[in-house]
Design a protein. Structure first.
Lengths: 358, 358
């Protein structure tokens, strides 16, 4: 506490990211990073950026990267916004598109940064409970179904930390009725089994789709996020960004991102490997007595029929395996487990087998 | 304009950075970049970062970099904040430390991002005119001299775009009287001839000093800024940062920054080269009929006794030399010219000689 702080600072409850331990030899299944490194072609492109041009500012508009994203998703460059990780893109969306007199709506169980942004920008919000099966039911967001008028809607798809996917048809149902406020679909995990709502941006001018290079493209350490939507929404984000920081993406991020989009074969191969490992892990966890929510992400959300989640997490930690446990109501019995390599998941299953035997 | 924007977006006037032209073979003296590339040791460190660890998030606290900055400036790590360029650090300072009921004060002629931040965060402000000699007179900021109560004070030192330096003793005069609000000294250009106010942070708990790696450390393309001040001020900035983006600095920025601080010899050598070139350019511009403000920065601010600034800038552009011209009142007769290599400055002087002959 300090008398020098602006009023808002006293009221903030900052986000707490998953631990980034500084010791090695851990099996790190706590922050949904990709177990495979970036494409070798990306590493080559990044090495090439370590040159004298670093004395110069990057392109403030990151046009190379925007152009590559636009081509990849068959949209125009004016429909693309880029930022320093999808967290920055989301922050600008909360400030620039989702702050209105009516409350923003998002699920009760979801990405825990959303309420933090609401605190930072003083955005009124209300949460909408997931169903008992931990699904998003879009009807619960609709004015036509008795919900009050909203200032915007945001949720991840697949949702975090549940991993459950909402069908694109349900998103379209929502967009057909909710036409007066922005709907943000936060697709950090979409490449592990979902269908992107980018397919809908040409039809719905209030749809913004946010993605990241941190998960499926193995570049959490490089910080690249982006959004695709109607040029008017993108212009709103650009106005905020250009009032905040002209050059949020450095030269490595811009050019590494372009190289990542160019190596489609590597991308497909690593995504498929993770999906296969996930399906195998789900079978093994189920055999060990876990209920595992169906996942379309690079993690699973699982609760054991008998043992407490926090106790399991502590014992795994003693075996140098880190998973994530959330204390929040409704999900405190669950563990969120990132899909690692086959070897890492085998080690996890072996450790769990021993722990649950005790 | 869009009905989907939050109210604040309609009112924004975003910052316009100096042009980053996409053609080469230009002599680019418009955005105060360093004419020398980063230290070869920095380039080696950056190449080494292009590895599989990029799949992992960076340290959200960037402790390695904070530690290196703390050791370099002989302060504690709790007195150090880092951000994605000093523009991001400044943005957080405007939101977290400088927004109060009373107006923020800054010079009428200064870094043109300040009013933009005020627009983004709805910070009330008033400008304080520079003297006729384009100096900051700290007396003009003091309540004891008839100035109204302020919510904070910010100015660059050396000031931009004038390049003029304020003595550390004047900053201390200000701090001795202005004890109730935060004073931010924005030292983007301090290494080219000034004395850093970091020397004062242990004595004045309301002093925040902001610096960047973009100018004197030749890393504009990498995006590293930092602030040094009392741990309470740093905590305020951390609370804002952790409510905005957990990982603003990527792995290249963290480790490249550490390597840059480690090569003191290269840093001294390039700063000294720029200072020598500046002094020589000042003599030549003066001989060509320019009034040049005394500069402690890596640029000069100069007006010709007869020829119009915008006309000179246009003609230089025809010769593939870019300098910056601001249309703002009081300074529209000036050109801001970045110090390039000796060869670049020779080419500038030759072009100006031809232009002014016409």
């Amino acid at each position: 506490m300090s008398r020098f702080w602006s009023d808002i600072v006293h009221k903030l409850t900052p986000y707490v990211p998953g631990e980034q331990p500084k010791v090695s030899n851990l099996i790190k299944l706590n922050t949904n990073e990709n177990p495979y490194g970036p494409s070798p072609k990306v590493l080559d492109a990044l090495k090439a950026e370590a040159n004298d041009s670093l004395r110069l500012y990057p392109d403030p508009n990151a046009d190379l990267l925007k152009g590559a994203i636009a081509r990849y998703y068959s949209v125009s460059q004016k429909q693309v916004f880029v930022g320093n990780g999808s967290d920055e893109v989301l922050a600008h969306a909360f400030q620039g598109l989702l702050k209105h007199a009516e409350p923003l709506l998002y699920p009760d169980i979801t990405y825990s940064f959303y309420p933090v942004y609401c605190g930072l920008y003083n955005v009124p919000f209300e949460t909408v409970p997931l169903t008992d099966a931990f699904d998003i039911n879009v009807d619960d967001y609709l004015v036509t179904n008795g919900q009050k008028a909203n200032g915007g809607i945001i949720f991840p798809n697949p949702n975090a930390p549940t991993g459950k996917l909402l069908a694109l048809s349900s998103i379209e149902t929502l967009l057909k009725v909710n036409t007066d406020t922005v709907v943000v679909i936060d697709e950090a995990y979409i490449d592990f089994g979902g269908e992107s709502a980018i397919a809908l941006v040409d039809q719905y001018p209030n749809l913004l789709v946010v993605q990241t290079f941190s998960k499926s493209r193995s570049l959490a350490g490089l910080r690249i996020g982006f959004a695709v939507g109607h040029p008017d929404l993108i212009e709103g984000l650009e106005r905020v960004k250009n009032s905040f920081n002209s050059y949020p993406l450095d030269r490595f991020a811009i050019n590494g991102g372009v190289a990542a989009l160019a190596d489609e074969a590597y991308f497909q191969q690593t995504c498929n490997a993770i999906i296969e490992t996930r399906e195998s892990l789900v079978r093994e966890l189920t055999a060990l007595g876990f209920d595992v929510l169906p996942s379309a992400a690079n993690f699973v959300f699982a609760r054991h029929k008998e043992s407490k989640a926090d106790a399991i997490a502590s014992k795994l930690r003693e075996e140098a395996i880190i998973v994530r446990h959330f204390k929040q109501e409704r999900v405190q019995d669950f563990l969120r487990i990132t899909i690692g390599t086959n070897d890492e998941c085998d080690a996890l299953v072996k450790a769990l087998t021993d722990i649950l035997k005790d």
